[in-house]
Design a protein around this ligand. Structure first.
Ligand code: 13P
Length: 273
């Protein structure tokens, strides 16, 4: 038996916002206003902003993530970005965001290929999953999300997954950009289902260690409801992540949670290693 704790992570998904001339300044302001040593902070700007943001955040202790990566190493893939191109610019990558599933037709199989490529390249993956409103209304939200997790993880070796630092972001599609959030209790139940799915997929040793974030209209006003759930380990923030005041409040709240969980002590559980 080994005792362990999952980190609290606040990740900013800037989506298709900011440009090379303004991203660095915004990233630095957010970094300076969110100095919470017990919170893992990640900023994911557009590809063309990675270099200026990486330069601006040098020494700030903020992780930098890409919003996507191609599954092949190189070749005739017009407009795409490979994992090798991200070396030195990003250490995290968002995969399978619902906007890419919707707009770029990304399937679970393709997302799985991207996941394997990201892990092989040393990029820490944030795998996004989430149901449509019709799925929730029909009572099949958990089954849909479980199938997305299973599909993305298919064929991945447990030892490889264990070393990947995999993070899963539960983002109900109907809550993204709508101002409407999931209920904390529903998100918490989904986090448990995500871990039990990882467990059932043959990765029992690592499931309890995978951080699960909530995403979907998170703001300074809603973050507390999610962090109050012990199965939820942070947030993937969209619109509010472009606002330094919002990020300061969200990360500040996450710092309180991180300290409270630390003081409460680690969970019991079988060792991952
Ligand atoms: P919003 O916070 O703007 O709803 O976006 C959430 C999201 O999609 C983060 O990846």
């Amino acid at each position: 038996m080994m005792l362990r704790m999952r980190p609290i992570i606040i990740a900013a998904n800037w989506k298709m916002n900011t440009g090379p001339s303004d991203a660095a300044e915004l990233a630095l302001e957010i970094a300076r206003r969110t100095r919470e040593p017990e919170v893992v902070r990640v900023i994911c700007p557009p590809f063309v902003c990675l270099a200026p943001v990486a330069a601006a955040l040098a020494g700030e202790g903020v992780g930098i993530g890409a919003q996507n990566v191609h599954h092949e190493l190189a070749g005739a893939f017009t407009g795409e970005v490979s994992a090798a191109m991200l070396a030195g610019l990003a250490d995290w990558v968002i995969l399978g965001h619902s906007e890419r599933r919707r707009d770029a037709g990304e399937t679970d199989a393709l997302i799985g290929a991207k996941l394997r490529r990201a892990i092989a390249s040393g990029l820490r993956p944030i795998l996004c999953v989430g149901e449509q409103l019709a799925d929730r209304d029909a009572g099949r939200a958990e089954d849909v999300v479980a199938a997305q997790v299973e599909g993305a993880l298919a064929g991945i070796d447990t030892a490889v997954l264990a070393g990947s630092g995999l993070v899963v972001a539960y983002e109900p599609v109907w809550a993204i950009g709508t101002g409407r959030t999931a209920r904390g209790a529903d998100a918490a139940a989904m986090a448990e289902r995500i871990r039990s799915t990882i467990d059932a997929a043959g990765h029992a040793g690592i499931a309890a260690d995978v951080p699960v974030l909530y995403g979907g209209s998170v703001t300074s006003g809603s973050i507390a409801e999610f962090l109050a759930e012990p199965t939820i380990d942070g947030a993937l923030v969209g619109g509010a992540s472009l606002k330094p005041d919002e990020m300061a409040a969200i990360v500040g709240r996450a710092g309180l949670t991180a300290r409270a969980r630390r003081d409460a002590g680690p969970r019991d559980g079988p060792s991952a290693t």
